[in-house]
Ligand binder design. Structure first.
Ligand SMILES: CC(C)(COP(=O)(O)OP(=O)(O)OC[C@H]1O[C@@H](n2cnc3c(N)ncnc32)[C@H](O)[C@@H]1OP(=O)(O)O)[C@@H](O)C(=O)NCCC(=O)NCCS
Length: 198
């Protein structure tokens, strides 16, 4: 299986953003994120994202077919992420300016479990190094395995981060977003996020 990776930056980002928004809303609606995406908010966020220097989208193709993507940005540029994470970073003596942030890692369900996510993660890390960042980092939601919305046999992608050599900072940052609650109601609640860095 050949995985081809294409990195988009600058004006070239615009072509990828509709896909990022669509995949975010579709894949993050599932456990563990349970995110109920609002297309207007997503569009606004990603329009701002593409204007930031160092922003990128890496796309993965498998035998020519689109299989997944990752987004990344210098952490110091993303106030939405930086604000809730600031205390965790200070406690760990990490300078936000030294961190390249992997925002989304999204693999089409029919391509999952075949190494695409790992290849995208490594591509983002390599780009971060090339740009001079000391570390790559990401935030991932933390849900208990006995959460009622967890499909049977579904794990958290923790092995992916750990296998790639990422370490979790102590504690959580909290992201407020519209969340599907057990039973189906939607509420904007704080969701606990673990901060991972290499
Ligand atoms: C998480 C995700 C990106 C993984 O992509 P993938 O292409 O399936 O990952 P890989 O095939 O490269 O797997 C890498 C390793 O992580 C592990 N892994 C991946 N997803 C996992 C999951 N949901 N639960 C447990 N382990 C997982 C695999 O076991 C694999 O380890 P192995 O090679 O020792 O078996 C993909 O499942 C996805 O898009 N999920 C929905 C969106 C999401 O949660 N993104 C992550 C937060 S941004």
């Amino acid at each position: 299986m050949g995985i081809e990776l294409n990195t988009r930056t600058g004006a070239d980002l615009a072509m990828a953003l509709e896909r990022v928004v669509e995949m975010r809303i579709r894949l993050f609606s599932q456990y563990p994120y349970l995110y109920v995406g609002v297309p207007e908010y997503e569009k606004e966020y990603f329009e701002a994202f593409q204007a930031k220097s160092g922003a990128m989208v890496v796309e993965a193709l498998v035998d020519g077919a689109f299989a997944g993507l990752a987004t990344a940005i210098p952490l110091a540029q993303d106030k939405y992420i930086l604000k809730p994470a600031r205390q965790l970073l200070a406690d760990a003596c990490l300078d936000p300016a030294a961190l390249f942030y992997l925002g989304e890692l999204l693999v089409e369900p029919s391509f999952q479990g075949r190494g695409v996510g790992s290849a995208l993660l490594e591509a983002v890390r390599a780009e971060g190094k090339r740009l001079g960042f000391a570390h790559c980092c990401l935030m991932a939601v933390d849900r208990p395995l006995d959460h009622p919305s967890r499909p049977r046999h579904f794990g958290m992608p923790v092995p992916l981060w750990a296998k790639a050599g990422f370490r979790a900072l102590k504690g959580w940052a909290f992201f407020e977003y519209p969340t599907r609650l057990p039973g189906g109601n939607v509420a904007t609640i704080p969701n606990p996020m673990v901060f991972w860095r290499d």
